[in-house]
Design a binder for this molecule. Structure first.
Ligand code: FUB
Ligand code: ZN
Length: 631
């Protein structure tokens, strides 16, 4: 293992990241609680009522029906996990009380043998474990495990931890002791079991995680046989589409990122984590191949992955449409997970770069600035009247909905933001790693602490003040063409290895990193056939987009001047702070009336304005475009 994660409580955020961790604590989590409880005025979710009804069934009482997706319980797990991280950052009695209330309901819904899944407990008991392909029992178990670990670490309360340990031992007995065949249709429990293993020290959890990873794809017929032996289905999934379920080959032989994108990156996360934990290089080698497949051929400039709605999946290499992009928020989150586990194997700038790209663009784009509306799909181009309206663009909404029938993304975003410290920082014996430029205070367990002051991602200067003696390893992002490092106000030339500057630091040293955030136009490869002749504007880690509201209502008829200077200026968007918008020269193409015309369009010079992509759709319905035509 190259380094260890820090504890969530070791980092106290400030600045931009604090504005988001506070948004999660004050707005997103209370709002999501109300949704889970089916409060008046909220979209019904049934999360609480499912646990209540499952408990009634177990007691032999009359119960209401199950409500929602077969994996509805997972929302509770992710929400509790987010609360755990949030409480580790700052206490919040109300939030903690609400969580304890939910945990009591979950505990009551657990069967005597440890089984826990409301869909099957309420009305489908005889169907337990018969449909691993679709029914997500192991996925839900994984999310409850992650929630329990986070909540225990933050509060020391172990009620939910005991519940998930009992559940995980039940699953261990099923798949290891009783040798039940099969592996999760939706990977998740593999990575969760590794967390549970680290918290409890119970070797069975490590063994079970490894088991699910090892058997995946070894028997390619498993899901087919499973389907033949059951007479029910959730969605009628094709059990023979092994590529879709990442079961086309044993994981160590897989080379291309394929199938359902979230499932894929959750699987790769577990593989990378297991390889860091056990030193299994065959797994890390596979992860490196899969990483290359994503980063070289299947990654949006916004850090999004999984480009097609059909199956929420990866498409062919270089197929990255803008206006019909799926680019699910959860998939970008999963990519952050994967990158963070890759960093635990090897500290390489590219892993940090991609983690940052996904976070500041697609993950944050998933959240409205109110904290009460969320994107599932994150397109790179939006057209009012078409986006969210037509069959081809139904998934790409023009503004963020308040909730989703499949609500995987909102609590996923909440847990990722409130645990941002573990993505930003890491440590080993004498070194502290700064993967993201995250303002705030960090107390590492190796005795070093630091304070970081920065207005990142809007400003390029990052100031560290160190307490203790050791090495500060700071990522130098690929986009910073001229980076200067100062130690106590004098420029230094630290050793640069694999995209990180290694700076020897002593008590009270002040290290300043000056990155080069000159706005730039990024040009796509010619392999991205749909982007021919286009360019996108970026500044630092942020991808920018053009929105109608800043450009006289229209941007789809505009193109930018590739030789123009690009100027940054302060710009207020309600509920955001410190935003900079970019001004660039360009042109408007004014066409004649009628659907088609022989008349050549008039080309009118114009000043065009772009805002950070993650802030789009916060000011009503607008045309929006990332990739602009360039002249
Ligand atoms: O199936 C569970 C979650 O819901 C997936 O991770 C998302 O892609 C959505 O399908
Ligand atoms: Zn999602």
């Amino acid at each position: 293992m190259a380094y260890s994660e820090i504890k969530i409580s070791a980092y106290k955020p400030e600045g931009f990241l604090k504005s988001y961790t506070e948004l999660v604590r004050k707005k997103m989590l209370p709002y999501q609680y109300r949704v889970m409880k089916d409060d008046e005025g909220c979209e019904k979710s049934g999360v609480f009522s499912n646990f209540i009804n499952a408990a009634k069934v177990l007691k032999g009482e009359k119960a209401g029906p199950f409500y929602g997706m077969v994996f509805q319980d997972s929302d509770a797990g992710k929400w509790i996990e987010a609360v755990g991280y949030s409480l580790a950052l700052s206490s919040d009695k109300q939030l903690e009380d609400k969580t304890d209330e939910l945990i009591d309901l979950i505990a009551n819904a657990q069967d005597k043998d440890g089984y826990l899944d409301t869909y099957f407990t309420i009305s489908n008991k005889e169907k337990r474990w018969t449909n691993l392909l679709e029914a997500h029992e192991l996925y839900c178990a994984g999310h409850l495990i992650e929630g329990a670990c986070a909540y225990y670490e933050a509060t020391g309360k172990d009620k939910l931890l005991s519940v998930v340990v009992k559940n995980a031992l039940h699953i261990y007995d099923k798949f290891i002791t009783e040798k039940k065949e099969g592996y999760p249709g939706h990977p998740e429990i593999e990575l969760a079991l590794l967390k549970l293993y680290r918290i409890t020290g119970e070797e069975k959890f490590l063994e079970l995680s490894k088991h699910f990873i090892d058997v995946r794809g070894a028997d390619r017929e498993y899901y087919k046989k499973e389907k033949e032996s059951r007479n029910w289905s959730v969605w009628g999934n094709n059990a023979e589409d092994n590529y879709y379920q990442q079961s086309h080959a044993p994981v160590r032989e897989q080379t291309d990122a394929v199938g359902h994108a979230v499932r894929a990156v959750y699987l790769y996360t577990a593989m990378a984590d297991l390889s860091a934990e056990t030193g299994d290089n065959s797994l890390y080698d596979a992860c490196k191949r899969l990483w290359r497949s994503i980063v070289d051929k299947k990654l949006y400039i916004t850090g999004g992955i999984g480009s097609v709605f059909q199956g929420e999946s990866f498409s062919a290499d270089y197929h990255l449409p803008s206006d019909t992009a799926y680019s699910e928020t959860c998939a970008a989150i999963g990519l952050m997970f994967f990158a963070q586990r890759m960093l635990k194997n090897e500290v390489k700038g590219e892993y940090g770069d991609v983690m940052e790209q996904a976070f500041y663009n697609t993950v944050l784009s998933g959240i409205e600035l109110t904290g009460k509306a969320f994107y599932y799909a994150n397109p790179l181009e939006a057209v009012p009247g078409i986006s969210g309206c037509t069959a081809t663009h139904w998934h790409d909404k023009i503004t963020r909905p308040g909730w989703h029938a499949c609500a995987c993304c909102p609590p996923n975003a909440a847990r990722t933001i409130s645990s941002i410290g573990k993505y930003a920082y890491g440590e080993n014996n004498d070194t502290v790693f700064c993967h993201l430029y995250a303002a705030g205070e960090v107390n590492f367990s190796n005795g070093i602490s630091l304070s970081c002051k920065t207005e990142y991602p809007y400003s390029a200067d990052v100031d560290y003040k160190i307490k203790g003696n050791g090495i500060l390893a700071v990522r130098i992002p690929h986009w910073s063409k001229n980076t200067t490092v100062y130690k106590n106000n004098s420029p230094i030339s630290p050793e640069i290895k694999e995209g990180y500057a290694y700076i020897k630091a002593s008590d009270n040293d002040e290290i300043r990193l000056c990155l080069d955030m000159t706005p730039r136009i990024v040009y796509p490869s010619e392999k991205l056939y749909n982007l021919s002749g286009k360019g996108a504007i970026c500044k630092g880690p942020l991808v920018y987009c053009f929105e109608g509201v800043d450009n006289n209502g229209k941007v789809l008829n505009a193109f930018i001047d590739g030789n123009s200077s690009i100027e940054a200026e302060d710009f207020d968007i309600p509920l955001s702070t410190g935003t900079k918008r970019l001004k660039i020269k360009g042109y408007i193409r004014k066409t004649a009336e009628g659907l088609y015309s022989d008349k050549k369009p008039e080309i009118i010079p114009a000043e065009l304005y772009a805002i950070p992509y993650f802030l789009w759709a916060n000011r009503g319905e607008n045309q929006m475009r990332v990739w602009m035509d360039i002249r």
